[in-house]
Design a binder for this molecule. Structure first.
Ligand SMILES: *Cc1c(COP(=O)(O)O)cnc(C)c1O
Length: 372
């Protein structure tokens, strides 16, 4: 599914140069490299402020805290996105209010968010996840709904760095855009990393305090609810070196998917995701290429026997996870979320996959169920 050596070893010289620069600087936490990458990445997103943090989950936690979410406050979210949003909501003391997904895009819609808002008694935020790299089509309408209710829209962009919709990058639609730089993401570090982007300078100042103990200055705690979650200088320098490659990598992912579509068009019983709504498909960066099959489990076994690795993102919806089974808010009716969890299958889709490998995956999918 992922070969990070293939992905990054070609950049070893420039990465080593960046690492050497940090080593020689003797400055390892919240210094010039982090500031530089915050500016570079926020500019890339078309947003005024970037706040580098420890990882993508912390980015969500800090955005929720800055949005005023705490005990008793509800946060609307989808339940098909790997429990990341749920982890963050629970870390603030808030409560998830799950909304169902659209079966074609695996993301939330304006109608679903409206329905969630109608059911909500104390909403504080809505988290919209651009899952699998696909920008949520209704992001503008959802932003208007959040605005009208006086709550924050938080975009989870951890799988969608660089995706554009209506000409604007994801992360620039919400009050907050949250990113992860976990190594397998579309832009990944050589370790953990994350960022919150926001157009609001006041919220940016709040986030800078919250990520470092609530400090306004050294040892002066101005804000309660602070934590320690900082992007380090080494990862920031490496990420700044790799950022210019991101658009090319995303284009390569789109090309890989176009090849899959050409070769898989006639395969029976296999559901392919519809094209993105933008003609250029720039609204999807194909972090993952996710098929559906009613015989998913048998298909996965068949592919595995042929040496083709696949994965399921994600097998258990959030509201069905054992850890929260007893919570009243976990008793949600989410038929599309549950149906998709039983049918989805992610096939290899990386910028470095070769034509021969794509052919092998397609041959494996085509031979499923065929007596031979
Ligand atoms: C990876 C991911 C996260 C969490 O990022 P970490 O850096 O691993 O904490 C959050 N949301 C989504 C959708 C992700 O894919």
């Amino acid at each position: 599914m992922n070969d990070l050596r293939r992905h990054l070893v070609p950049y070893r010289d420039v990465l080593a140069e960046a690492a050497d620069r940090v080593l020689r600087s003797g400055w390892f936490i919240l210094g010039p490299e982090t500031e530089r990458f915050e500016t570079l990445f926020a500019d890339y997103c078309g947003v005024g402020n970037g706040i580098g943090v420890g990882n993508g989950t912390d980015a969500l936690v800090l955005a929720l805290k800055a949005a005023g979410v705490g005990p008793g406050i509800q946060v609307l979210a989808a339940a098909n996105a790997g429990f990341y949003a749920t982890t963050a909501i629970l870390a603030t003391g808030g409560e998830p209010l799950y909304v169902d997904i659209d079966p074609d895009t695996h993301t939330v819609t304006e109608d679903a968010v409206q329905d969630g808002l109608n059911r909500a008694t104390r909403p504080g935020a809505v988290i919209v996840t651009h899952l699998f790299g696909r920008a949520v089509a209704d992001i503008k309408e959802i932003s208007a709904l959040a605005e009208a209710r006086g709550i924050s829209l938080i975009e989870d962009c951890a799988q969608a760095h660089g995706a554009r919709i209506k000409g604007r990058r994801v992360g620039s639609w919400g009050r907050f855009g949250c990113f992860s730089f976990y190594p397998t993401k579309n832009l990944g570090a050589l370790g953990d990393g994350g960022m919150v982007v926001t157009g609001d300078a006041g919220l940016a100042a709040r986030l800078r305090k919250l990520r470092q103990y609530g400090w306004s200055a050294k040892y002066r705690v101005a804000l309660a609810g602070g934590m320690n979650s900082r992007l380090d200088e080494m990862q920031a320098a490496l990420l700044g070196t790799l950022l210019p490659e991101l658009d090319g990598w995303n284009q390569r992912r789109r090309d890989v998917v176009a090849a899959y579509r050409r070769k898989l068009g006639g395969v029976d019983g296999l559901w392919l995701p519809p094209l993105g709504i933008e003609a250029s498909e720039e609204d999807t960066t194909y972090h993952l290429f996710v098929l559906r099959s009613p015989q998913r489990d048998a298909l996965q076994v068949h592919l595995s026997a042929l040496g083709i690795s696949t994965d399921i993102h994600y097998p258990t919806p959030d509201h069905k996870q054992a850890a929260i089974a007893a919570e009243p808010w976990a008793k949600a009716a989410l038929p599309e979320t549950e149906r998709s969890a039983a049918e989805i299958l992610s096939i290899p889709c990386s910028p470095e996959i070769t034509e021969a490998e794509i052919d092998a995956v397609c041959a494996g999918l085509a031979s499923f169920g065929r007596a031979d």
